[in-house]
Ligand binder design. Structure first.
Ligand SMILES: C[S@@+](CC[C@H](N)C(=O)[O-])C[C@H]1O[C@@H](n2cnc3c(N)ncnc32)[C@H](O)[C@@H]1O
Length: 307
């Protein structure tokens, strides 16, 4: 099921080191992804859409709902919920993640929500306490995510929504469409070579960076059908595991700061924003902003309702 992966599941120290690094890194774009204004980064564009998709699936009941974010990290999605006045609590077991989340909430003058320092596999929280339990980029970090899935389901009230965004370890080759688009935006055939070199060197650099800081965080590649089956086994209704989020981040201008890559990045951000806007206008036809086709997926959305 899971291809050989040299990384182990992140323990408490590994995640703490991860969030500490982000707090002290020169690259500020990772500290806070929430934005009230126009997105200047691709991840700002899709993070807000995660929040909007949660709201769409919750429908009218969202105004009185209690939300819980599992593995909340810096609290991006919860910031959107809290800034709109929704009742949200955060669960994480990293103190450093909560430290960063608190700074982010304070800086944006959003009331800091309840932060529960516990394990998502055994939270100790009372059963059936929340109307929506969600996570963004959590389940793929467990070799076997079933206990986390079971725990999130246990905490749901009857009628409650489960919403997990999963970011699997897709091979780079899967992103060929995005990469070709990105190369075309650089307006020269020679740039395909440039792009390939850039992508592979980035990949190596990234791997070295994670190994150096000792994080070695696991990212699995379980299939969509597998997640679907696991949630069905828990007895959830309206279960779906769909291709999600077509907005691949082709290049990070802060990581490879060349003039050329900055222009290409801005062009692709513009294209994505325009595409998303179009989807919003056609929203009558689809409920979810980030639903996509398998060829374009960068994530899965695993969702279901507790009967
Ligand atoms: C990729 S991050 C999520 C990022 C988050 N969506 C954000 O916007 O910052 C995964 C988070 O899950 C937390 N985590 C991992 N395993 C956990 C566990 N067993 N119990 C509680 N939290 C855990 C980590 O500390 C980390 O903050």
């Amino acid at each position: 099921m899971t291809a050989h992966n040299p990384y182990s599941h992140g323990g408490y120290e590994q995640y703490n080191a991860h969030w500490k690094d982000i707090q002290s890194a020169q690259n500020v774009s990772n500290r806070v992804i929430f934005t009230r204004g126009h997105p200047l980064l691709v991840k700002q564009l899709y993070q807000r859409a995660y929040f909007q998709d949660i709201c769409s699936l919750m429908g009218e009941r969202r105004s009185s709902a209690q939300f819980l974010e599992f593995g909340s990290g810096r609290g991006t999605t919860s910031m959107y919920l809290a800034s709109e006045g929704y009742d949200v609590s955060l669960v994480d077991r990293s103190l450093e993640a909560f430290r960063l989340a608190r700074i982010n909430f304070d800086n944006e003058e959003i009331d800091c929500p309840e932060m529960i320092l516990t394990d998502v596999e055994r939270s100790g929280i009372k059963s059936e306490s929340y109307d929506c339990v969600f996570s963004i980029g959590l389940l793929e970090h467990f070799e076997d995510p079933r206990s986390t899935l079971r725990e999130s389901y246990r905490l749901l009230k009857p009628g409650g929504l489960i919403f997990h965004v999963i970011v699997p370890a897709f091979p780079l080759s899967k992103m060929w469409f995005h990469n070709v688009l990105f190369a075309l935006l650089l307006f020269a055939p020679g740039n395909f070579v440039f792009l390939m070199r850039r992508l592979s060197s980035r990949r190596v650099a990234r791997k070295e960076a994670t190994e150096k800081s000792g994080k070695n965080l696991l990212r699995t590649n379980h299939k969509r059908d597998q997640y679907l089956e696991w949630l069905q086994e828990l007895g959830a209704a309206e279960v779906r595991c769909i291709p999600y989020n077509p907005y691949y981040v082709p290049n990070n201008p802060y990581y490879v700061p060349t003039a050329r890559s900055r222009i290409a990045y801005k062009a692709i951000l513009f294209l994505y924003a325009w595409h998303l806007e179009l989807r919003k206008r056609m929203k009558g036809k689809r409920t979810l902003l980030l639903e996509t086709m398998p060829m374009l997926e960068t994530c899965y959305l695993l969702a279901g309702v507790k009967p």
